[in-house]
Design a protein around this ligand. Structure first.
Ligand code: ATP
Length: 615
């Protein structure tokens, strides 16, 4: 088995780490059954691809899907090494029996693998999933009755809805007020922030005692964005509802008290967070282990409200927590008793949303109307069409001015778009003298940088961020907008690739390198979650990458006025409907697509990401 795993690693069907895991475990407790070795390596590989577990059914039905196999014609000479060949004739019962008699799965605290409900897990992921399940089911069951005062306040904050259109923002508040756990999901501009601000106002008005509310987001960028949008939403409230709603948003790592080089956080079940209400925005980016850590650190009386777009790409790390929790959100699935609680707050007919949903469905609301994108917006229409898997979405590019399909299948087609997109911020980089001080200048440069972003699906190759970052730097240098002959240069945009706790910078944070004429030094300026600026010498930064081109994965939680997305001309397992939808919805005013092959676009729209989990 060891040799087979090594052959898979040599051909890049498996990561070296995946083949190493059974070897390491075997050194601690010997496992004679090669089938268990195989399952362990495949499980580790699936974990690396974001799955929380392996469904044994999938293993029997389509074992080849558990490896990173190239297209069939590229490995036909190795057919005998495919998992489907190796596992031919092995039944589900054989697998279950092999696992049941393995020391690696013995029911104890330190068993590295766990089999539960025909799903094979790494112990850590199993534990995290159990915590998320238990914590959420406890919280959704705690019901709170609405007082007359709260009901009055609801009618003050929301106008009575018309019969033909349900005000889901109002109903989201009504539902969330009655539980200790609520999910408010919806696409861009559907009013998640507006709704949660009203919800917080209602919570603050409903109690005479002081309540501590905290706002958090998975990344610094998402935290900055929420700070801005929440301040705007508070300003839209009647003045007597505005008091005490917080605007400070922290990252989840900071909230939980991340410690350098440690997996554990300062806050946990023994040292819970000191708060009564926690709002987490961009919850689609929160992975399974982080969600478990967060729920464990939440005091039992506290309310948790998750906001996010369930249709976006799942978290970079394993799990698709929000997507899993929102299964059924589209149809509502509300029980008659839930509809009875909602009925006094709406004149519209709620019967289409009736169903036999779970308790969790009763705590989940999907906002359905975008207030940012109307029927005239190509971005809104395109996002909607892609999201429902409409392969004729490509025709929309002919009908709207705010979406643009670049002709041709050459990277060169990007040049004018990218040069025009980055010109504005790079010109500001040269104009320090126009600003009163360095802070003002840096603030203007950082704001200008959000005007445009090139997004890619891939990391490597000419069509990935690696090739494109180099290419774009050369185009911009040819235009006289920068001089990239040195590694560090004025205007270089960089992204952190890892958390750096000593500098207080997180994976995904973007900084711009600026030459400060007053000091004669190059420094990189970042905007922190609290909107303040942090200046860092380039020599103190490691694990960074130039970010003229950014992967769609890394762009989650950010928005740009104009986004240009590049899809490669060849198929890749990474292309999916969720990736395209996430790329499109990063654009606020203009979206441009370069896709060298219309067949690839159709395939991308039709392919959904599905992550195995037991949630
Ligand atoms: N019911 C409403 N009527 C009119 N305008 C609304 C309504 N709800 C929200 N808006 C406006 O729509 C815009 C987007 O709202 P909001 O920021 O709350 O949405 P969101 O779902 O949080 O957006 P995103 O997550 O994409 O940033 C804001 O300008 C807001 O004022």
């Amino acid at each position: 088995m060891q040799q087979l795993l090594q052959r898979w690693v040599d051909r890049r069907w498996l990561r070296a780490l995946d083949a190493q895991l059974p070897l390491t475990l075997n050194q601690v407790v010997a496992e004679p059954n090669p089938l268990v070795w195989l399952l362990c390596a495949l499980l580790c590989h699936q974990y690396g691809r974001g799955h929380s577990c392996i469904l044994l059914q999938d293993l029997i039905k389509n074992p080849d899907s558990l490896l990173s196999l190239p297209p069939q014609n590229q490995y036909s000479q190795f057919f005998a090494d495919r998992p489907s060949h190796i596992l031919a004739g092995i039944s589900l019962a054989d697998i279950e029996q092999a696992l049941a008699s393995s020391e690696w799965l013995k029911q104890n605290e330190i068993a590295p693998l766990v089999l539960a409900e025909k799903r094979l897990y790494l112990h850590r992921l199993f534990q995290a999933e159990q915590i998320v399940k238990q914590q959420i089911s406890q919280r959704v069951q705690q019901q709170i009755n609405l007082t007359d005062k709260v009901k009055q306040n609801i009618s003050q904050l929301f106008t009575a809805d018309e019969q033909k259109e349900t005000d889901w923002q109002k109903l989201a508040c009504v539902m969330a007020l009655q539980r200790h756990f609520a999910i408010i999901t919806g696409g861009p501009g559907t009013g998640k922030t507006t709704t949660v601000v009203k919800l917080l106002a209602l919570l603050l008005q409903s109690t005479a005692s002081k309540i501590t509310i905290k706002l958090a987001a998975p990344t610094g960028k998402a935290a900055v964005r929420l700070t801005e949008s929440i301040s705007g939403a508070i300003a839209n409230l009647p003045t007597d509802f505005q008091a005490a709603i917080p605007t400070e948003v922290v990252t989840l790592h900071r909230l939980l008290g991340a410690m350098p080089n440690r997996r554990q956080f300062k806050h946990n079940a023994e040292q819970p967070l000191a708060l009564d209400v926690l709002v987490v925005d961009e919850a689609s980016m929160v992975d399974l282990e982080m969600m478990a850590a967060l729920l464990q650190a939440l005091p039992s009386h506290a309310r948790l409200i998750l906001l996010g777009d369930k249709d976006q790409l799942a978290s970079v790390e394993a799990g698709s927590v929000l997507g899993d929790l929102c299964r059924g959100a589209e149809k509502g699935q509300y029980l008659p008793q839930t509809l009875a609680l909602l009925a006094p707050f709406t004149a519209s007919d709620l019967s289409p949303w009736q169903g036999a949903g779970t308790e969790l469905n009763q705590a989940t609301v999907m906002l359905r109307k975008s207030h940012r994108f109307d029927a005239k917006s190509g971005i809104g229409q395109l996002a909607f069409a892609v999201n429902r898997g409409d392969s004729s979405a490509i025709n929309l590019f002919n009908q709207f001015d705010d979406i643009n399909l670049l002709a041709g299948n050459q990277i060169k087609a990007l040049q004018p778009v990218v040069v025009a997109g980055y010109r504005h911020y790079l010109q500001l980089v040269q104009r320090q003298a126009d600003y009163g001080d360095s802070e003002q200048w840096a603030g203007a440069v950082l704001a200008a940088y959000t005007q445009f972003q090139l997004l890619c699906a891939l990391r490597s190759g000419d069509w990935g961020i690696e090739g494109l970052n180099e290419q774009i730097s050369r185009w911009l240098m040819a235009e006289g907008l920068l001089d990239c002959s040195q590694q560090w240069y004025n205007g270089r945009p960089i992204m952190m690739q890892r958390n750096n706790y000593s500098l207080g910078l997180m994976n995904g944070d973007i900084g711009i390198t600026l030459f400060d004429a007053s000091t004669g030094k190059l420094r990189v300026v970042f905007q922190l979650a609290d909107s303040s600026l942090k200046w860092v010498l380039p020599s103190r930064l490691s694990d960074i990458a130039t970010v003229f081109a950014m992967t769609v994965h890394k762009s989650q939680g950010s928005e740009f006025s104009h986004c240009c997305l590049v899809l490669p001309p060849d198929n890749s397992p990474i292309l999916s409907r969720e990736l395209l939808y996430t790329g499109i919805t990063r654009a606020k005013k203009q979206f441009t697509l370069l896709c060298g092959n219309s067949e690839i676009l159709a395939q991308t729209i039709s392919k959904r990401v599905s992550r195995s989990s037991g949630l």
